[in-house]
Ligand binder design. Sequence first.
Ligand code: PAF
Length: 285
Amino acid sequence: MLKHTIAEVRELVKQWKKEGLTVGLVPTMGALHAGHLSLIKKAVEKCDRVVVSVFVNPIQFCPGEDLDKYPRTLEADTKLCEDAGVSIVFAPSPSEMYGEGQMRTNDFLTYVIPPFFYVNKLCGKSRVGHFDGVCTVVNKLFNIVQPDYAFFGEKDAQQLIIIKKMVKDLNIPVEIIPCPIVREESGLALSSRNKYLSENDKKEALVLSKILNNIKLCYKKGITDIESLKETAYTFLNEHHDLEYLEFMNQTNLDEVKIADDNTRVFIACRVGGVRLIDNILLGE
Ligand code: PAF
C-alpha cells in the first residue's frame, strides 16, 4: 500500500494496465481531511485502482511560506486511504522527485510554466512561481502514475482551471474530474491550514463563506454590477480580517468580469489570525 519510490509505483501500474484496469490519481500534500476523502471516495467509485500521492511539494512554496510548518501526518493519512479502498499511497521523498541538489539548481531544471494570463491574478499574484511548482509536480505525477482520471477539488479553483488548461495544451491523456468544496456545518471550507486557527479565529474565518453566500444572494436578487456586489462584502470585515482579494472571474478562462452572470466564479483570499484562507463560489449553481 505505502510506496516511496517511482519504480515501485510504475511496476504496479504496469501490471494493472496489462489487466485492463482503470487507474485514478488523487494528488495531495497529505494532512488528509474530509475534503480529500470526498475526492478519494469519488475516485474509488469511478476507478478500478486508485493512487493517492502524499507529497509536500517544496517547489510550490514561495520564500517565507509554511513549507517546514506544513502538517505531515503520513501514518494517519495511510490508514485513512487504506480504509477508503485506495490501492497505493505514493509518498516520495523530495530527492526521489527532484534529485539530491538544491531546487532550481543543476539537479532539476525543467519546469512546466502555465500561461501568464492565468497566474498573474488571484493566488498567483502574491504567490509568484507557485503555479509553476504545482504544474510541474502534477505533470510529473501524471507521468509516473499515468492515470485515466485525476481528481482535484474546486476549493483550489484557480489551480483546477490551470491544470485543465495544461492537460488540454499538452495533450496529456488524463480526464480531470472536479470535486465540489466540502464545508464544515458552519460553512467554513475544509483546508489543511484550518489546523492553525484558534477557536476564535475559526469563528472569524466564517467571514469568507458569509461574504460569498451574501454575494450570491444579491446576484440571485438581480444585482449583477461587480462594484455593487463588492460593496456588500466590505460590511462583513473587521480588524480580525486581512482581505487579500475579492475577485469576479469567468470560471472557464479566468477573464475578469464587469457584469456577473451564471458562469462567474467569485474568489476570495483573506488572512485570519495570520492564516491565509481561500474560498470561492460559482454564481450560477
Ligand atoms: O492541491 C494540492 O494539494 C497541491 O497543490 C497538489 C495538487 C497536490 C500539488 O502539489
